[in-house]
Design a protein around this ligand. Structure first.
Ligand SMILES: NC(=O)c1ccc[n+]([C@@H]2O[C@H](COP(=O)([O-])OP(=O)(O)OC[C@H]3O[C@@H](n4cnc5c(N)ncnc54)[C@H](O)[C@@H]3O)[C@@H](O)[C@H]2O)c1
Length: 244
């Protein structure tokens, strides 16, 4: 997302919770598109994305997309609108720092490229990893971080180092001009206000699932499963967890 797009979005007042659900709608729509579906009702799309249809319609109204009564939404156009809103109509260059178990898996994930994220740099501090060829890319030494960022025009840094190294790496990528960081290390990063950090923590997702498993099994109080209308929000899908 360019600063201009960010400003536009802020001016139009799209809530962050809506922004967090747009990628989920996009994924559902892409699935429909692959199956050759041309139009979709709000109910169908909501079910595919795991939200209720009133919320979906409200979210899409923020993009100026209201669908056509009796027809629904045109899949291709909605894909375009959401992609444009998320800044996905241009390619973003990504560098992965820390090429261990996780960094390697991320480097080989084909889903980034198909969604407009081009991994252009792999960096590590371990001399035995530097120089290795991974998915057609040569791992560079972390000392070359600033060159790699400038040379490839990196705009998103993915940090997959151990926790102890993450803040130092983050400070360097920020000093080199990167303003978006995806952090996998289990540590809260300190960054200037203009830098966006998204933290991925799979153990938190597992803990949320454990919570719901416990409720389904009768809850910590052993009083049996909750009634349907008592079911806490978030039972259905990831999207609700994003909002929580
Ligand atoms: N967020 C999640 O859900 C999740 C899941 C798994 C792992 N992790 C975290 O991701 C990180 C990576 O996990 P892993 O299993 O790949 O670990 P790993 O030990 O296999 O890989 C870490 C890599 O970082 C490199 N490294 C260390 N210091 C560095 C530095 N200063 N600059 C550049 N590279 C450096 C190491 O040489 C190593 O190759 C860890 O912090 C781990 O806790 C998070």
């Amino acid at each position: 997302m360019t600063p201009r797009q960010n400003r536009d979005r802020a001016e139009r007042g799209i809530p962050e919770a809506t922004v967090a659900r747009l990628p989920v709608y996009l994924r559902a729509l892409t699935g429909l598109q692959e199956r050759g579906v041309a139009t979709v009702s709000s109910e169908e799309l909501a079910a595919a994305a795991g939200v209720n249809s009133a919320k979906l319609r409200k979210d899409l109204s923020h993009l100026g997309s209201y669908g056509t009564r009796g027809v629904g939404y045109e899949v291709e156009y909605l894909v375009y609108q959401i992609s444009r809103e998320l800044g996905l109509t241009q390619d973003w260059v990504v560098a992965i720092i820390g090429v261990g178990n996780l960094g390697r898996a991320l480097a080989g994930y084909g889903g980034f490229a198909s969604r407009g994220f081009r991994v252009a740099g792999l960096l590590d501090a371990d001399e035995s990893i530097v120089g290795q060829e991974i998915y057609g890319m040569t791992v560079a030494h972390i000392d070359r971080l600033e060159d790699v960022i400038a040379g490839h025009g990196v705009s998103i840094a993915v940090i997959a180092t151990p926790a102890a190294a993450a803040q130092g790496v983050c400070d360097r990528v920020v000093a080199a001009g990167v303003t978006s960081v995806l952090n996998f290390a289990p540590v809260v990063l300190n960054v200037p206000a203009e830098v966006d950090v998204r933290k991925v923590d799979l153990s938190i997702e597992l803990q949320i699932l454990a919570f719901h498993e416990q409720r389904k099994a009768g809850g910590p109080d052993g009083l049996g499963p909750l009634d349907a209308d008592e079911t806490p929000p978030g039972t259905t899908q990831y999207v609700e967890a994003v909002e929580a």
